[in-house]
Write a protein that binds this ligand. Structure first.
Ligand code: NAP
Length: 513
């Protein structure tokens, strides 16, 4: 159970502690932040509201710990990460329990088992695998350097040898979003640590308790004190202080428009930004309707549409639109709607604010004449799955990310129309195209301004070693295990200068030696 057994020390009465200097602590603020259960809409947990002074101390110890950690052999860093991964997997049940209670993840998916939406990646087990894979990738990527010789650049003799290696950046600040508070935290923690950095985590408020349990698994693995810290509190209250802190050498952030604001304030440090998306699904006349419908259900409605790579708009050729809509409606009718504890497919969205926002998009679409394929139904934060047909570009839902189980369908008459809609978006995360004509699919993929295009499957992050990136307002930089490790390091060169060109040795007696 959460907060018991090995996790008992992270809880003090009803409030979860924050983690600093290798210890679990209560904040001197004597203030707490409530985490609301999305299903009951009552307070489920409480976490500490950390102060600026506590953040300062965390940054100091992160800096000190990093200086020693960078001297720790790479194989040893990897060994500790493997240990943390094993502990994380061992304790999947209490962590999954928190995911169910604080972010309404369907219970089976939160642990490990496959369900209708089996590709989902929040699973605790998948997070453990990600940590282990990163340890393995790290020893190879970081175990290699380069050797350059000067005479390949015009005007140079062979008098300089350059040795390059990858060095850590220092203190990495990691800020994940509510929808994957464990997986999207470890995707930042593991590359940071294997590369020799220290890490300060600011978990999302909804998801903080899952993240604190995950951090305890790293604590149990025996990482040096101060190397990993976790400060809790509302982003709106401590976020700016953290992201503008002079002790931070790199920010790895996943979330919504907050990331755009952070990138304007952060200063001259590397940023990894994974932001929102409006992933388009382009469906051509020759597509396999059953395949498309299955992917629209999986891509558009898993975890109630609260995924960055959810299908967020369907752009279907008019000639097959009726058949596709009919098929998708038949599949929607089979979705189980209800609490996450009952392992429903559609569970309450994360907050009342989010539910109200989704409702605003639905009302706007109704006023402007969209066709409702199902009746709009809401109970608290629970919104029944809804397909909106005949959506037009003047409707907000055509462009905005609902982050809920509501999916717009726009009927198109040409491929160009579909590509135009996709590229007119501020976002450019992923997209997908369904057709049996691979040549057309590749041409469309080339034309779509998104970080990734999936052919004949719904957008998805992963497998975790694949590159993952967004264009435009969808982000800066690229994730994926190898890319994250490289992003959290810098090249260091050492140049060996010779008194005479090296090729003179044994070459006609020109050497002075
Ligand atoms: P969000 O509101 O932007 O919050 C993300 C994180 O930022 C949370 O930890 C939040 O903490 C923190 N935060 C809030 N204000 C801050 C500030 N001023 N300074 C620093 N941090 C601050 O996003 P969300 O609602 O959690 O997540 C949904 C969004 O994430 C969607 O737009 C989705 O598309 C995007 N997302 C993108 C990816 C991707 O890989 N591209 C993956 C998943 C999700 P609090 O919770 O305490 O406010």
């Amino acid at each position: 159970m959460a907060g018991t057994g090995v996790f008992a020390e992270i809880l003090d009465r009803d409030v979860y502690k924050y983690y600093a200097d290798g210890e679990w602590k209560n904040s001197s603020s004597a203030k707490t932040v409530a985490i609301i259960n999305p299903t009951s809409r009552k307070t489920q947990y409480r976490v500490q509201a950390c102060t600026q002074e506590e953040v300062n101390k965390v940054m100091d110890s992160a800096k000190t710990a990093q200086k020693l950690w960078t001297k720790t052999p790479l194989w040893k860093r990897a060994e500790l990460l493997h240990k943390a991964a094993a502990i994380l997997k061992e304790h999947k049940a209490p962590i999954a329990e928190c995911l169910v209670k604080e972010i309404a993840k369907p219970v089976k998916d939160a642990v490990t088992e496959t369900t209708l939406f089996s590709f989902d990646f929040f699973k605790v087990v998948r997070s453990g695998d990600l940590v282990s894979y990163t340890a393995e990738e790290g020893v190879r990527i970081l175990g290699e350097g380069k050797f350059l010789i000067s005479d390949s650049f015009p005007g140079n003799e062979r008098t300089k040898y350059c040795l390059t290696s990858k060095i850590p950046l220092g203190v990495i600040l990691a800020i994940p979003p509510f929808n994957y508070p464990v997986n999207l935290a470890v995707s930042k923690i593991a590359p940071a640590l294997i590369a020799g950095n220290s890490l300060v985590l600011k978990p999302p408020t909804q998801g903080a308790v899952s993240a604190l349990h995950m951090v305890h698994c790293f604590h149990l693995a025996g990482f040096p004190k101060g190397l990993i810290s976790c400060v809790t509190g509302k982003g709106s209250e401590i976020g700016d202080f953290l992201t503008m802190h002079p002790g931070v050498n790199c920010i790895s952030f996943t979330g919504g428009d907050t990331g755009i604001a952070i990138s304007k304030k952060a200063g001259m440090i590397p940023l990894q930004m994974e932001l929102g998306g409006k992933d388009a699904c382009i469906v051509l006349e020759d597509a396999d309707i059953n395949l498309v419908a299955a992917n629209i259900i999986k891509g558009g409605f898993s975890y109630s549409g609260q995924r960055c790579t959810a299908v967020k708009v369907v752009l279907v050729m008019e000639s097959i639109a009726d058949a596709l809509v009919e098929k998708v409606n038949a599949e929607i009718a089979k979705l189980k709607v209800g609490p996450p504890e009952d392992d429903c497919d559609i569970t309450p969205v994360v907050s009342e604010t989010s539910a109200n926002f989704i409702e605003g998009l639905v009302k706007d679409a109704k006023e402007k004449g969209a066709t409702f394929c199902q009746e709009y139904n809401r109970d608290g934060n629970l919104i029944w799955p809804l397909l909106l047909d005949n959506v037009r570009p003047d409707m907000r839902i055509a462009w905005e990310e609902p982050f809920g189980p509501v999916l717009p369908v726009i009927r198109i008459n040409t491929i160009e129309e579909g590509i135009h809609h996709c590229n007119a978006s501020n976002f450019g995360l992923q997209g997908c195209v369904f057709t049996k004509d691979i040549n057309k699919a590749i041409l469309i993929s080339d034309a779509m301004e998104t970080g990734t295009v999936q052919i004949n499957s719904a957008p998805a992050r992963g497998p975790d070693h694949f590159p993952f990136q967004g264009l435009k307002d969808s982000g800066i930089g690229s994730q994926g295990v190898a890319n994250s490790i490289k992003m959290m390091t810098k090249i260091k060169s050492t140049v060996i200068n010779l008194p005479t060109p090296s090729y003179t040795m044994g070459n006609g007696g020109h050497s002075k030696l």
